[in-house]
Design a protein around this ligand. Structure first.
Ligand code: NAD
Ligand code: DAU
Length: 331
């Protein structure tokens, strides 16, 4: 199996490559990554001997055509992925998330190659805090931010290429991931590395917003289940029943690092901040016989906190620039 992993130097993609090299020795893995601020070659160091790395963009039609022609399956993780950045400077989101996905679609169509497109639950917009509802595969798209609207657009392109051109594709929409190798701009690593630097965590608004946390390894096992047993043309929602509000998460981080419960600051809110995400993963659990190995956020958080404590050399080079950007945004 020749696997082309786009965005494989990012958080989820790098963990996917690690898992694949560890558990699927028959797979030949090639990574295509543009190494934006979010991509990091060092994330692939532990598997460097087993992976062919190509530096380039999914929006480069000629390069994508050549690499897709040489693959059996493409898994597309490549994206601009951070909401705060999309509110500040949307253009790269349109280029990578929309134009890049379009280039991949045209290439897999030309060469008859299977595509799995990795997407997010944010395409569905948000849920009320005091509601029991959860997202399902039938929930209408209602994205809120430039990031989530470009991800929604990309999903719709994939669906259109399946229907109109019969490409062999699947889509997954996952909830918030945590684990090693996540960029320090994201909520959990930002707060963990702040505390490790002696700085108080920063909580947007009131901290009541809810996210549905899943360990990145559980997400990636679900992706392998879709690749192995998923029905072509179908969408699968991925989530591990990990709902928690941001205050609960920040207090869990403070506990893990031996700080008092109230050792954090409230900062100004993100514009258009989605209230709550929650995934109903019944289809994935039932049809594909997947279940998470991490029962809840607490079971994976301690190891994640320890990973950041042990791997300062990985995150320190990005920390100052990230915090300078947040200072400029007042967050
Ligand atoms: P990330 O920002 O950590 O990594 C993105 C990677 O894509 C980086 O290595 C970057 O260099 C690369 N990239 C960006 N533009 C590119 C381009 N034009 N061509 C090639 N490579 C490019 O993101 P992540 O958190 O690992 O997310 C991966 C995917 O999973 C994204 O599609 C995201 O929408 C989706 N997703 C993320 C989460 C989450 O919680 N992080 C949850 C659900 C879905
Ligand atoms: O739901 C899946 C999505 O999860 C993915 O599609 C995105 O790529 C990923 O970035 C993530 O989006 P969020 O916007 O939910 O993640 P983020 O880590 O930026 O923020 C999580 C929550 O924490 C959110 O409610 C905003 C809040 N937050 C974030 C930061 C960075 C804070 O309170 N303080 C912070 O410093």
């Amino acid at each position: 199996m020749r696997l082309l992993v786009t965005g494989g130097a990012g958080f989820i993609g790098a963990n996917f490559v690690h898992q694949t090299v560890r558990e699927r020795p028959d797979h030949q893995v090639r990574v295509l990554d543009a190494l934006t601020y979010a991509g990091n070659r060092a994330s692939l160091d532990p598997v460097a001997d087993a992976v062919d790395f190509v530096h380039g963009s999914i929006a480069d039609a000629e390069l994508v055509d050549r690499l897709v022609a040489d693959a059996d399956v493409v898994v597309n993780f490549a994206a601009e992925s951070h909401n705060d950045n999309s509110l500040d400077e949307p253009e790269p989101f349109l280029q990578t998330n929309l134009v890049g996905t379009y280039r991949l679609l045209e290439a897999v169509r030309r060469h008859g190659v299977r595509l799995h497109h990795v997407s997010t639950d944010e395409v569905f917009g948000d849920l009320e805090l005091d509601d029991q509802a959860r997202f399902t595969e039938d929930t209408p798209y209602r994205p809120s931010s430039p990031y989530s609207s470009t991800k929604a657009g990309a999903d719709l392109l994939v669906r259109a290429w399946v229907r109109s051109f019969h490409i062999a594709a699947t889509i997954s929409n996952c909830s918030n991931n945590y684990g090693p190798y996540q960029h320090v701009e994201k909520f959990i690593p930002r707060q963990v590395t702040n505390v490790l630097n002696g700085v108080k965590p920063k909580v947007y608004g009131t901290g009541a917003n809810v996210r549905d946390w899943i360990h990145v390894d559980d997400h990636n096992r679900a992706l392998h289940a879709v690749l192995d047993r998923g029905t072509l043309g179908h969408t699968y929602l991925i989530g591990a029943d990990g709902e928690a509000d941001n205050l609960t998460v920040v207090r869990a981080i403070l506990r893990a690092l031996g700080k008092p419960d109230d050792w954090f600051d409230f900062v100004s809110d993100r514009p258009g901040h989605d209230l709550r995400y929650a995934i109903d993963a019944s289809k994935l659990r039932g049809e594909l016989d997947w279940k998470p190995q991490y029962a809840d956020l607490d079971s994976g958080l301690a190891a994640t906190v320890q990973w950041y404590a042990d791997n300062r050399a990985w995150w320190e080079p990005a920390k100052q620039a990230t915090e300078d950007g947040y200072t400029r945004l007042g967050r």
